[in-house]
Design a protein around this ligand. Structure first.
Ligand code: NAP
Length: 311
């Protein structure tokens, strides 16, 4: 009987069962409710009411993460705090998210240079009160500069990579952790998701400093997970292989032709591919920690092992 009713409702929901007997009316209400419940995915329910901070949300993987969180839980009072140095770009991202998913997701663009320790210290106190109850931190902001080998590496490139990828990420973590640690009765809860890299697992020539920064992220992440073992705080790392973003344009100081050559003959990942994994790990049941993930495109098998079409 339930399946017959279900089929009828799927064809045409009963919205005004005025002439229907009482018992049947009750069954119709239950089945219509079941239809609504079924529409809400488990991941959307788990993200309900959460506040997510994404660093480096003006481009590439961070930008895609913002859209993916919003698309996954569009009607669930999600709050997204999008940070980067390019505030105008963040405002455009915020407007596009609103246009796409509507008012169920609130977006707050915040100008923040993670390499500036004072700016990071002022980040949480500078947020409006109702945005401070942060549940998820996606530590994504990062960059690579140049392909120089020692002893030709520019000191300025070295400094910007370490202050963004390493101390920036650590300072952000330290800024948010007290919020997590004060939540609940079990030592705290919340998610810290680090965007590492295959470069943190395998060093390659011409990438020594970038690889060193991502290896540092990996060591910090592993130590932090151990330090927080008695809490409900999840520390997770997502390591992409080759992804086509502004990453290579930044590496070659704005030279688009050199950046395009990196991907010639390859079929790289898209930033959306990584964002799907980030939202997946944040959306697992609270007792599930997807601690460590390595993601390659199909043509890649190591940091420098790629198949290029035509070679
Ligand atoms: N693309 C790849 O192949 C690849 C592979 C493995 C790992 N990753 C990692 O993925 C992360 C995202 O990179 P992506 O590929 O998406 O590159 P992207 O398109 O260049 O995006 C980098 C983001 O980081 C932000 N950023 C850079 N320096 C910052 C700073 N000092 N303060 C705040 N934000 C800063 C940029 O925003 P503003 O310029 O507006 O500040 C931008 O939003 C990085 O950690 C990168 O190391 C990338």
């Amino acid at each position: 009987m339930f399946s017959i009713l279900g089929a009828a409702i799927r064809r045409r929901p009963f919205t005004s069962p005025v002439h229907t007997p009482l018992l049947l009316q009750r069954l119709i209400i239950i089945l219509n409710n079941q239809r609504t419940v079924r529409k809400m995915s488990a991941i959307a329910k788990r993200l309900e009411g959460k506040t997510v901070v994404i660093t480096g949300a003006s481009s590439g993987i961070g930008r895609s993460c913002a859209f993916e969180f919003a698309r996954t839980a569009p009607n669930h009072s999600l709050r997204l705090i999008l940070t980067a140095r390019r505030i105008d770009t963040l405002k455009e991202v915020a407007a596009k998210i609103k246009e796409e998913v509507g008012a169920g997701v609130q977006v707050l663009p915040v100008k923040l240079d993670v390499s500036d320790p004072e700016a990071v210290r002022n980040f949480v106190p500078g947020l409006p009160e109702e945005w401070r109850d942060i549940h998820v931190l996606v530590n994504n902001a990062g960059l690579v500069k140049g392909v120089a080998k020692a002893p030709e590496i520019l000191e300025s490139d070295m400094n910007v990579m370490f202050s963004t990828n390493v101390t920036g990420l650590i300072n952000m973590t330290q800024a948010i952790l007290p919020i997590f640690k004060s939540r609940g009765s079990q030592g705290g809860s919340g998610d810290i998701i680090m965007i590492g890299s295959i470069a943190g697992r395998e060093a390659y020539p011409g990438g020594s400093i970038y690889c060193a920064t991502k290896a540092a992220v990996r060591a910090f992440t592993d130590a932090l997970r151990r330090e927080l073992i008695a809490t409900r705080i999840r520390v997770m790392e997502v390591d992409p292989g080759q992804v086509e973003t502004e990453f290579s344009v930044v590496r070659f100081y704005g030279d688009k032709a050199k950046a395009d050559a990196v991907y010639a003959g390859c079929d790289p990942l898209t930033p959306d591919d990584i964002a799907e994994v980030v939202v997946f790990v944040a959306g697992r049941r609270e007792n599930v920690v997807v601690a460590d993930t390595l993601i390659y495109p199909n043509h890649q098998a190591a940091a420098t092992v790629m198949h290029r079409k035509g070679t």
